[in-house]
Design a protein around this ligand. Structure first.
Ligand code: UGA
Length: 435
């Protein structure tokens, strides 16, 4: 299969590399000359474990290439994926579809022969219909079918998620696309990964419903954590106790500082807007968005409380800034609100993140950076574990204690056990664990 992937961002790059690894002939297209030039040199613009090797191997084998020439790549392709960004539109929270629509018109002008156009970007219900209209209006002779094939990758585990998916969802209105999509996903299909065919609008809704549900699940356990703190209880045991019920499931029940990232915050907001547009309000998601927003600043206040209520002039050490480990992504990271709350209260903030500091410097003002976890602990009033990178899971707590000005560890990811921290002489504050 000849595949053109429009957009060499996170989803496009990972999907393009994985499809080429399946043996397809893949061209990734981007408007950024600089990005394409770097990719041609083998430089990967994002941090994603395993991606560099995957790109290098397949590029060397001649199955994966990069270009800014959309026309040539699309003309040659059997399948064209649209994997451009759909950020929140300024002002109203709707998904901004302008890049998708531009791509659709570009494809229509370039396409030759029967071609399957696939939206992989996260797009609201009805976008496939709009793409189809744009293609027909731009080039009435184009022989295209439009398919929705949403992506369920997690940053940091994207390649594994792509190669071992729980399911592949394909939404189509024209059966001619079906054998083509079966061929695209053949290696997974042969491996018994459920390939689910639905209507196009249903596929678009599945993506938002999945992210909305997961965001709600996290928010639910976060509220239970607050209750555990007040009423006495251990949220991890509660999560295990409910998660063993297969109807609930054990995953995504880790209480923490609130969800962040490039997907949940933007997708929940867009889902709320879609519900309002169709006069089918999604109140649970509306509440999820509000509760999660409040929670991030509340985490800053939790740190201030751990320091006795006043952090003016005091140094607070933060471990981890990215929205989760194994990524350099700072988008909507809880650390942003936490840092702001601490700075507003007059604290000095010193931070360290294994991969995110470069990106953090473009997002956070007034933060100093340390060389590692111990450097951040030195002279700090309190050490706060914000993102659960592996290297923060087994800190030398005696050393941490000796470096801190005042021995307090705030663990917003419940990585440590109270007994081991207290044994090292540190006061320990975690999430939803009163014991
Ligand atoms: C999420 C979904 O998990 C993917 O299935 C989806 O494809 C992707 O969005 C997307 O729409 O593109 P991602 O944002 O990479 O993936 O990261 P997650 O691992 O889902 O974590 C999101 C946030 O939830 C993080 O801030 C994480 O710390 C938080 N989280 C997650 C918790 O606080 N507790 C949990 O139990 C799980």
């Amino acid at each position: 299969m000849k595949i053109a992937m429009i957009g060499a961002g996170y989803v496009g790059l990972v999907s393009g590399a994985c499809f080429s690894d399946f043996g397809h002939d893949v061209v990734c297209i981007d408007i950024s000359e600089d990005k394409i030039a770097r990719l041609k040199r083998g430089e990967i613009p994002i941090y994603e474990p395993g991606l560099e090797t995957l790109v290098e191997t397949n590029a060397r084998a001649g199955r994966l290439s990069f270009t800014t020439d959309l026309n040539a790549a699309v003309a040659d392709a059997d399948v064209v994926f649209i994997a451009v960004g759909t950020p929140s539109r300024r002002g109203d929270g709707h998904a901004d579809l302008s890049y998708v629509y531009v791509a659709a018109a570009d494809i229509a002008r370039a396409v030759t022969g029967f071609t399957v156009i696939v939206t992989k970007s996260t797009v609201p219900v009805g976008t496939g219909d709009a793409v189809e209209r744009i293609i027909a209006d731009t080039n009435p002779d184009a022989d295209c079918v439009v398919v929705s094939n949403p992506e369920f990758l997690r940053e940091g585990a994207a390649i594994d998620d792509f190669k071992r998916p729980d399911r592949i969802v394909v939404g189509l209105e024209d059966d001619r696309a079906r054998p083509v999509m079966e061929e695209v996903y053949r290696p997974l299909y042969l491996n018994q990964a459920p390939l689910m065919f639905t209507g196009r609008r249903t596929a678009e809704l599945i993506k938002y419903a999945a992210n909305g549900f997961l965001a709600m699940k996290i928010t639910f356990i976060n509220e239970i954590a607050d209750l555990c703190e007040k009423a006495g209880g251990d949220v991890q045991a509660v999560a295990r106790g409910i998660g063993l019920d297969n109807r609930i499931g054990a995953k995504f029940l880790n209480a923490g500082p609130g969800y962040g990232g490039s997907c949940f915050p933007k997708d929940t907001l867009a889902l709320v807007k879609t519900g309002q547009d169709y006069e089918a309000p999604l109140r649970l998601i509306e509440t999820t968005v509000a509760v999660n927003d409040t929670r991030k600043r509340a985490m800053g206040r939790k740190v201030i409380a751990a320091c006795g209520g006043d952090v003016r002039g005091k140094t607070i050490g933060l471990l981890g800034l990215t929205f989760k480990p194994e990524t350099d992504d700072m988008r909507d990271a809880p650390s942003i609100a936490i840092v702001q709350t601490l700075l507003d209260a007059g604290a000095r903030v010193r931070a360290y993140d294994p991969e995110g500091m470069e990106m953090a410097k473009t997002v956070l003002d007034g933060v100093e950076y340390g060389a590692d976890a111990y450097d951040v602990a030195r002279g700090a009033e309190c050490l706060v574990l914000v993102t659960e990178w592996n290297q923060f899971r087994s800190l030398d707590l005696d050393r941490v204690k000796s470096l801190l000005a005042s021995p307090v560890l705030v663990d917003l990811r419940n990585v440590y056990r109270r007994a081991e921290v207290e044994k090292a002489g540190l006061a320990y504050i975690s999430i939803g664990r009163s014991d």
